[in-house]
Design a protein around this ligand. Structure first.
Ligand SMILES: [Zn+2]
Length: 466
């Protein structure tokens, strides 16, 4: 045997299959999956690079809404990060993306409060919103907690600013479930308000934090329904409005937005991989979304998921592992306001002859990982749950059926098993889509642990299949 060439060792010990490939090694080494996981963990904790990459992404590209200069910089920066680490098949997959801009002015002021006089509110336009007329909108505010309540008002909301103020349910242990219970107000508020003659929508920020920072996010319009401007108001602003209304005051707000939608612009998904040694056409995708909202720096959402995807490949290389199947990092573009990258990836010309066997996504923040969701049939779930003990050793043994993620959902729809990293979630919505989503809110070790969990998962899938 030529010991300078790649060595492949496969044997079976009881029910545990041991299969380790070592490149540039001068001795045969066999390790259990536990040992491989321990090696990835050790390298990640000792010399992980996820945080350094996130620092570079959030400082050099900054926030990076689709179509912005930041988004273009992020495409080039992540391409370079993969190139510097000598990954295979690094390339861009071009797409066209929407180009919505916030504009310089977004203001709202309570102008007629008897008890407080004129009070400014912290607001920000919701993504895709139209602007107000140049002079702004001045109208009385009507508060509702649900669309049903709004529809039951007859013409009471006509000519008014409709204020949607259903807060997150604080008793939900999973903050994503709390988000899910409130986010219809942000996405459909302008549609429902317009249907009853409202002139604008003002939506309580999607957060559990009680502070004065508004949280943006996508909203939409419906064909045949008048488009009206929509903005988020900070939780403190929402509480103030609600208090005044409850005290019986008639509250009038002046609101001005200058956002606009410009023509689509070219952008790209960014792709790099470790090509599989035995089954190169069988692909395991690991990804996050490269775009972010134009608030903060998109550190948790989803810079974390992008640098973790790059770090997965980095850790596997550094551990001297040569996966049988291709493990591919994909930085998807435009998750926040169009999902054009997610939709384009499965149908790109590069997919010719490829077979995807798994898709892994991290888009729930860069917090300490506790496990992952599996969006696949029960056979795949049971197979992956047999690896539970490996993940339990690193406090990430929560392997449950559940949604994988937005960017991998077109692949999952085509039958590819999806996996979504599950980090601790209590603080995520304190930062999400706001000026608070900055690198100082991300803990280097927690971020790296997410990459470690993904690396172990991707490598196990690569060696054992699903
Ligand atoms: Zn996200």
């Amino acid at each position: 045997m030529n010991f300078s060439s790649r060595l492949v060792v496969t044997l079976t010990l009881g029910c545990i299959c041991v299969s380790v490939c070592l490149s540039q090694s001068n001795h045969v080494e066999t390790r259990s999956w536990e040992d491989v996981a321990a090696k990835i963990l050790e390298i990640g904790l000792r010399e992980g690079e996820a945080y350094a990459m996130l620092e570079e992404l959030t400082t050099k590209a900054g926030h990076r809404l689709s179509g912005s200069a930041g988004a273009a910089a992020a495409v080039e920066l992540t391409r370079q990060m993969m190139s510097a680490r000598d990954f295979d098949n690094i390339h861009l997959e071009p797409i066209m993306v929407p180009h919505w801009i916030r504009g310089p002015v977004e203001e709202a002021t309570i102008i007629n409060s008897q008890s407080m006089g004129s009070v400014p509110l912290s607001i920000c336009a919701l993504g895709r919103s139209i602007a107000t007329p140049t002079d702004g909108i001045v109208a009385e505010v009507v508060e509702v907690k649900s669309f049903e309540e709004l529809r039951a008002m007859d013409d009471e909301a006509e000519g008014k600013i409709v204020f949607f103020n259903r807060a997150f349910d604080p008793t939900e242990l999973n903050t994503f479930a709390a988000y899910g219970g409130a986010v219809d107000q942000r996405s459909r508020g302008a549609i429902e308000a317009a249907k009853v003659g409202g002139v604008a929508a003002l939506v309580r920020s999607m957060t559990l934090a009680v502070d004065d920072v508004p949280h943006t996010g996508a909203m939409r319009y419906e064909e045949g329904v008048k488009k009206i401007p929509a903005a988020a108001v900070s939780a403190m602003g929402a509480d103030l409005l609600s208090d005044l209304i409850r005290q019986g005051e008639s509250v009038t707000v002046r609101m001005k937005l200058t956002c606009q939608t410009l023509p689509d612009v070219p952008s790209a998904n960014v792709v790099g991989e470790i090509t599989g040694s035995e089954k190169p056409h069988e692909i395991i995708v690991v990804g996050g979304h490269l775009d972010s909202w134009d608030k903060g720096a998109g550190a948790h959402d989803d810079g974390a998921g992008c640098v973790q995807a790059i770090e997965v490949l980095n850790l596997i290389k550094k551990a001297g592992l040569t996966p049988k199947r291709t493990i591919r990092a994909v930085m998807f573009m435009n998750e926040e306001n169009g999902t054009r990258g997610a939709k384009a990836y499965p149908i790109a010309p590069q997919r010719e002859g490829e077979m995807h066997i798994a898709a892994v996504e991290s888009d729930r923040g860069g917090f300490a990982p506790r496990g992952f969701t599996v969006q696949a049939d029960s056979i795949v779930l049971e197979k992956v749950q047999r690896w539970k003990h490996i993940f339990e050793k690193i406090d990430a043994g929560r392997i449950i059926a559940g949604y994988g993620g937005v960017d991998i959902s077109p692949l999952v729809k085509d039958g590819v098993p999806g996996f979504g990293l599950l980090p601790e979630n209590h603080r995520y919505f304190d930062y999400h889509h706001s000026d608070h989503d900055t690198i100082d809110k991300v803990h280097p070790r927690e971020l790296e642990m997410g990459a470690i969990v993904e690396a172990i998962l991707c490598y196990l899938i690569s060696e054992e299949g699903l």
